[in-house]
Design a protein around this ligand. Structure first.
Ligand code: 13P
Ligand code: SF4
Length: 306
């Protein structure tokens, strides 16, 4: 038996013994996705975290995802196998600037992409993910929208909702913004018949060239229903595991070589075992953030579910 199989079996047993469930994002390494009970995009995982029965949630993803799970299930224990796995974009907005925008536009809605730390959420009106941002912003009564922290997702949604007035923040994802139109043109030349699927964290130049723009789950669903057989995928390459599993006859290519999120790749089977065995990497948040950051996440689930 190889050590990967042994580790997976150990994790299965630990899950039973410790009344635990494993949630994993599509970007974590394939062997970690394979041991998870639920694999999905940020919205799906938040929604699952709010309803699972097990007492412990082992969250294989970056810190903001574990924090969201804790905020939605405050009485549960949420473990982060790699405690230093953090999304840099989650800190790319400032509370002082939110307060300034609120003074400037008293009727503004502060719309916070879930890729944000709990403190930013605590100062926001509603959270969104890439799969529900358009629907939620459209449903808000406010005309002025301050979109934090990601400028690119904000600009993409603004392009879809011209009736709203957006104020942008300059946060970005270094993985997605490294994909340039030039890199995409090279990939297209190498695979001329391929459709281009892009995450909205990519720049507007890249999303403007795509055949489909959506969240990781949206990209996976689009590829599954499409009659095309070749796809250039503009997002983190962790999605290739699910894409290949669901579409064995289709071919998927990255737009460039470095489409890797170093933080998502920090999560290993050994760390999952250690987290379940020791409970050492528990998410803990200050009580006042817990209270205030819960409301915008709840509002997201309500508005997305309508
Ligand atoms: P999704 O919600 O589309 O899975 O995106 C999460 C993320 O971190 C993208 O970089
Ligand atoms: Fe953050 Fe980008 Fe990694 Fe997503 S891919 S977790 S936005 S750094």
């Amino acid at each position: 038996m190889d050590s990967k199989t042994e580790k997976s079996q150990k994790i299965e047993k630990l899950k039973q013994d410790k009344n635990s469930v494993i949630l994993a994002h599509y970007y974590v390494p394939a062997e970690v996705q394979a041991v998870a009970d639920y694999v999905g995009d940020s919205y799906y995982l938040a929604e699952v975290a709010a309803r699972v029965e097990q007492q412990t949630i082992c969250f294989c993803g970056v810190r903001f995802m574990g924090e969201s799970a804790k905020l939605l299930s405050p009485n549960k224990r949420v473990l982060l196998p790699a405690k230093d796995a953090d999304c840099p974009m989650a800190h790319m907005a400032a509370v002082e600037r939110i307060q300034e925008v609120r003074r400037q536009y008293p009727d503004v809605a502060v719309v916070c992409y879930v890729n944000s730390d709990a403190e930013l959420k605590a100062h926001s009106d509603v959270c969104v993910t890439s799969s529900n941002a358009e629907k939620i912003v459209d449903a808000l009564p406010n005309r002025h929208i301050y979109f934090i922290p990601d400028e690119h997702l904000g600009r993409y949604i603004a392009g879809r909702l011209p009736q709203k007035h957006f104020i942008f923040n300059d946060g970005f994802c270094h993985v997605h913004t490294e994909i340039t139109p030039k890199e995409l043109a090279k990939a297209r030349a190498a695979h001329p018949g391929a459709l281009v699927l892009a995450h909205p964290e990519c720049s507007r130049q890249v999303t403007g060239l795509a055949d489909y723009v959506g969240s990781t789950a949206g990209i996976i669903a689009y590829a599954a229903q499409s009659k095309a057989e070749e796809f250039i995928v503009c997002t983190e390459t962790g999605v290739f595991y699910q894409l290949q599993q669901e579409n064995p006859g289709k071919h998927f290519y990255p737009a460039m070589e470095r489409q890797i999120c170093p933080n998502m790749k920090k999560i290993t089977l050994d760390q999952v075992i250690r987290a379940l065995e020791t409970g050492e990497t528990e998410v803990e948040l200050p009580a006042d953030w817990m209270e205030r950051a819960h409301a915008p996440l709840r509002r997201m689930l309500e508005l997305a579910g309508r």
